[in-house]
Structures are given as C-alpha cells and as structure tokens.
Write a protein that binds this ligand. Structure first.
Ligand code: UT7
Length: 325
C-alpha cells in the first residue's frame, strides 16, 4: 500500500551577525563563562541588529533552504512559520516571508508553541501534505528572543539567542514502508498546568505590552527529560525504530545537560547527537532547523539517514518527529 510522505528537499538557516559571548555578558550581569558553559553548554549567542526583525531572519533562512533544495520558490504552496516573537501582533510573520519570496498563491500562517514550535509546524505541514491539501511546504522556525529578555535577570538572559532555520517538504508517493523517505511519524503534546513555569509577563490582551520572559529554570529542567523521552518512545513505538536504528538525534538546543540526560536515558550513542547549543544558545523554535542545517552542511546527515527530532518548551509543549532524510 503506497503512502504520501513529506520528503525533505533541503534546509537552510541564518544567524544575525552580532555575536554576544559569555565573557561580554559577564561584564553586564553577575555571571561567568564557567557557570554558563558548565550549566548549559552555551558559549555564545547571536543578537539581531536594530531594525532586524524575525521576518528578516526567516526570509534569509528560507532563501538558503530554497537554494539548497534547488527549487523554484513559486512551487511552494504552504508556509508554516513557528515563532513566539512575531514582527507584529498581526498579520502573521509568515505572510511577510511569503511576500518577500514573491509568492502570492497558497497559504502562509504562523504557529506558536514556543520552543516546540518547529516540531509542531513540521507536524502541521506534514498533515496538510499527506491529505493532498498542499504539495510543497516551507517550514520555518524564527525568533528574536533578545527582544523579550530581561537583561538584568541572569537566570534567563544568558540562555537565549536569535536565529532562524527552514526546511522544504515535498509531498511524494512512497511505497508505504518503514524504509520510506520523509516524515514517518510525529507526536505532539501540551499540558497547560505548567504554563506559569515558563511564560512572558505581557501580551496583547492582558497588558497591552510585549512583556519579558520569566522562567523557573529548575522546574522546567525537572520535567524536560521525562517529557522528551516519553514522546520519543511514542515515536519508536509507532515506527519500530529504536536507539540503534536511528542515525542522528537532533534535539531542541536548550541545554547540553538536558540533551545529554535524554540521550543517556534512551541509550542513544553520544556520537549520534547533533549539538549546536554552544554556537547560538536557545533560539526556541529556530534551534532544530539551525542544528539540522549544520549537520547537513558538514555531511553528517545524508539522504536515507533516519533522523530523530524532539523539542520541549513553554506551555508546557513537547513533541517528536522521525524523518528519513
Ligand atoms: O527551551 C526550553 C525551556 N528552557 C529550558 O529547557 C531551560 C531549563 N532549565 C535549565 O536549563 C537550567 O535549570 C538553568 C540553566 C536555567 C539553570 O541551571 P540549574 O543547574 O538548574 O541552576 P539553578 O537554577 O538551580 O541555580 C543554581 C545557582 C543558583 O544559586 P544558589 O541559589 O545555588 O546560590 C542561581 O542563583 O546558580 C545561580 N545562577 C547563576 N549563577 C551564575 C542562576 N543563573 C546564574 C547565572 N550565572 N547566569
């Protein structure tokens, strides 16, 4: 029995020029390079320039993904952009990307699931492609978290950065086997009981301000590994894949300790883990496509490889995806 699968044609990413190092941050708040590296694995983050918006980062990542895929932008009929830091309250940042790419057919919209945004966007696009509603999707994660940080709060301002990543998905008929190329399964979860552990203390309807990110870091950490591993086990159970059969583990890049603990619990070999958190910190919805782009560009992820993605973040939201590249 054949199946329509969302096959990855290419990916790309963009980081703003300005690099903010741990040493520089230590001159602004009571922290140190040693503390940040030991507790998180982060060495630097990129910060968007004045006048550089989430859409600008997203457009550059999208253009890189389109070039990598070798496709005509006009063949894209769906754009799903995951962000918690849109340019404007409305319209969706996705329509600015659509316009910049010269596309005026199909649909473009934003989706908000904080750090899990890319996995949620991937699953959304996949479902549209598999039903035949759209043929070719551009899925983007793009954030300017620097704009919602409280730069006097050392518990959060050292963790996050700006960036964008994108992939192109194409609806293709596949044999319907576990050896198919494309997205093989996705699993999404959320639990609003935890919403006060990681949130922004402002918003359109509540305060009419943008607000600042607030987090009970230790509480988030405590839940993260269990939630991540549960939803990966769901992906394994749905497909028959396991820690041995996957080629690469590309997790949300929030904290090296969370990534290491999750990989260890699942018995995923350390050499299969793609880690880029040292280079850009936690870029929320952008972190997975940023890491994917690095591992594809350096030749680690190749056509036919089985790639496991996961993310967890505010809400809480969490999710996994298994993709044969
Ligand atoms: O994207 C998904 C959402 N976010 C996450 O996944 C983040 C999850 N949480 C974490 O990554 C970690 O909890 C943090 C990196 C935020 C913190 O690491 P931790 O090992 O949980 O540290 P902690 O919060 O328990 O703090 C330990 C100490 C505290 O001092 P006392 O109370 O022991 O005296 C903090 O005040 O470290 C202190 N501290 C800092 N020290 C230097 C907190 N932030 C800093 C800092 N520099 N930037």
């Amino acid at each position: 029995m054949t199946a329509i699968r969302s096959v990855v044609l290419g990916c790309g990413s963009y980081l703003p020029e300005r690099i903010l190092t741990n040493a520089e941050l230590a001159s602004q708040v009571d922290t140190s390079d040693e503390w940040i590296v030991q507790r998180t694995g982060i060495r630097q983050r990129h910060i968007a320039a004045d006048g550089e918006f989430t859409s600008h980062l997203a457009i550059k990542a999208a253009q890189a993904a389109i070039a990598h895929a070798g496709i005509d932008a006009q063949s894209i009929d769906l754009i799903v952009l995951a962000t918690s830091t849109p340019d404007n309250t409305f319209p969706a940042t996705a329509v600015s990307v659509q316009h910049a790419l010269g596309i005026n057919h199909g649909a473009a919209f934003d989706l908000q699931a904080v750090c899990s945004g890319f996995v949620f966007a991937l699953a959304t696009a996949d479902n549209f492609l598999r039903t035949g509603a759209f043929k070719r999707a551009l899925v983007i994660g793009a954030e300017t978290f620097s704009r919602i940080l409280d730069w006097t709060d050392r518990g959060t301002c050292v963790l996050f950065g700006d960036g964008a990543g994108a992939i192109i998905l194409d609806a293709q008929q596949q044999p319907g086997l576990s050896t198919d190329r494309g997205i093989l399964t996705t699993h999404l979860r959320s639990d609003g009981r935890h919403k006060a552990k990681l949130y922004v203390d402002g918003g359109v309807s509540s305060t009419q301000t943008t607000g600042h990110l607030r987090m009970e870091g230790r509480e988030v950490f405590k839940h993260a590994v269990g939630m991540i591993t549960d939803v990966i086990v769901d992906a394994f159970n749905a497909t028959g894949a396991n820690a041995e059969s996957i080629d690469w583990f590309v997790p949300h890049q929030a904290n090296k300790r969370i990534i290491d603990a999750s990989a260890h619990k699942l018995h995923i070999a350390p050499q299969k883990v793609v880690l880029t958190v040292d280079l850009h910190g936690n870029t929320s919805a952008a972190s997975i496509p940023l890491a994917l782009s690095v591992a594809v560009a350096d030749g680690r992820i190749k056509k036919g490889d089985l790639v496991l993605l996961e993310a967890m973040g505010g809400g809480f939201t969490w999710g996994s995806a298994l993709v044969r590249w």
